[in-house]
Ligand binder design. Structure first.
Ligand code: GUN
Ligand code: FE
Length: 438
């Protein structure tokens, strides 16, 4: 069969380091063996413990590398691939000036396929093996994305944007059309191989009450489908939402009244949330995607990670690049910017906590921790081979690699997050198969 093994230095999480000690959450195996069968992890442990049992398996060995679970990007827009780094505006002007004209191109299926292929190639090159992805209002933009993702055998979540006002005519649908098109796409793609569907209203401004209500109806009809949208990113946006929905007590309440706040809901940003809204998200077991490079680039503000991960109202949090408002496809760079956003609030984010958000934390945020996020047997074999010494600078910074202790490891991982990008991604495995190599 397809039984094979990877030998090397492994790091993953078996608990949330925001709530458990490093000793109880970080699993570090300096000489380990990962056994893969039919795209899933069949066994995992130290080389000493396992090598007799698997003596004759074809084995790939990585020296002086660090193997982690594949990175999970919990919020990104594939159609915005070509408009990364658009100058000079904050959210609402940025949408009108750059985003909407770009998204207009995705009525063209061939164009959408071309960009989807470039986009997924860039994700893989950066070690990202799963993402929650915005398409555009055009159903064919979702078809194009899923066709390419399915060829690459990636676990991906995507959905058609619902948007019926405050956008150009060429980008708007109607509540009924959005409902019907989404339903067809769910039936075609949800649980088709490794693909999953997300009902995707853009944000409260661009959907009427009726459209949000129909989105809620889709979630009732298909309870394991995701809800993916933007929430409370920018102050002007929050003020406009309050004017548009005078009967709602908060931005989150607009979504709540439509039945959009639940266990499979993922809200991007949440920069301007009140404590009451944080409380409600915690109670509903909904997730936030923290998008540091985007929040800095658009000048949106500093996400209160310490509030979201507080002991009293824990919220599921993942990291998102939010390309094209975010400026890097690299989850290493995204972890680095997350650290800086937290520093600006006089808090700290350890290397382990950052890496947790990009792996098991992301899997939990996407309710995929039964399938992804660490090296537990039974999970899907998506993983990244990092090179902590990828550049001359990193080789000197991390000269002691591989670490002898967890403290030393923490320092080397921190150096890798701060200095690393796609150059530090040595190899990427998808369902146990080599999918990218530097
Ligand atoms: N809010 C509504 N649409 C968007 C988008 O495309 N990007 C970001 N960052 N925020 C949004
Ligand atoms: Fe976004």
């Amino acid at each position: 069969s397809s039984l094979h093994a990877i030998r090397g230095t492994f790091l993953d999480f078996i608990n949330d380091p925001f709530y458990a000690s490093d000793a109880d959450s970080v699993r570090y195996i300096s000489d380990g063996l990962l056994v893969v069968e039919n795209g899933a992890i069949a066994d995992f442990g130290t080389y000493d413990d396992l090598h007799n049992r698997y003596a004759n398996l074809p084995t790939e060995t990585y020296f002086n590398k660090l193997i982690t679970p594949g990175f999970i990007d919990t919020h990104i827009h594939y159609p915005q691939y070509e408009m990364v780094a658009a100058y000079g505006e904050q959210l609402l002007e940025w949408l009108n000036k750059y985003t909407f004209p770009t998204e207009g191109k995705f009525h063209d299926y061939a164009y959408a396929q071309k960009i989807a292929a470039l986009f997924l190639d860039e994700l893989l090159k950066n070690g990202t093996t799963t993402a929650l992805v915005f398409a555009t209002v055009h159903p064919q933009s979702v078809d194009a994305f899923f066709e390419v993702a399915s060829r690459l055998n990636l676990r991906m979540i995507c959905g058609k944007v619902l948007m019926n006002r405050y956008a150009p005519d060429f980008l708007t649908d109607t509540p009924q059309r959005a409902y019907e098109e989404s339903k067809k796409l769910i039936q075609k793609w949800h649980n088709n191989g490794r693909l999953l569907y997300a009902v995707t209203p853009r944000f409260a401004i661009t959907s009427t009450d009726e459209q949000l209500r129909l989105a809620g109806q889709l979630l009732q009809e298909f309870p394991d489908v995701y809800l993916h949208t933007h929430l409370s990113e920018n102050l002007q946006e929050v003020e406009w939402v309050a004017e548009l929905f005078p009967n709602s007590k908060s931005y989150l309440d607009v979504y709540d009244r439509a039945g959009l706040v639940g266990k499979t809901s993922v809200f991007a940003h949440g920069v301007q949330l009140t404590d009451e809204e944080f409380q409600r998200l915690s109670h509903a077991k909904a997730a936030i995607s923290f998008c540091p490079t985007s929040n800095l680039f658009l000048g949106s503000g500093l996400f209160k990670l310490h509030t979201a991960k507080s002991a009293t109202m824990p919220i599921k949090v993942g990291l998102g690049t939010d390309i094209g408002a975010g400026t890097s496809f690299s989850m290493l760079q995204t972890m680095s910017e997350a650290y800086k956003v937290v520093q600006l609030q006089n808090q700290s984010l350890s290397a382990f906590k950052a890496l947790f958000l990009a792996t098991l934390g992301g899997a939990i945020a996407l309710s995929l921790d039964d399938k992804l996020g660490n090296f537990d047997p039974g999970k899907e074999a998506d993983f990244v081979v990092l090179d902590p010494q990828a550049t001359p600078l990193m080789a000197v910074r991390n000269q002691g690699f591989p670490a002898k202790s967890r403290e030393e490891l923490s320092d080397q991982v921190f150096g890798t997050l701060m200095l690393g990008d796609d150059r530090a991604i040595h190899a990427v495995y998808v369902a146990g198969t080599l999918a990218h190599q530097k």
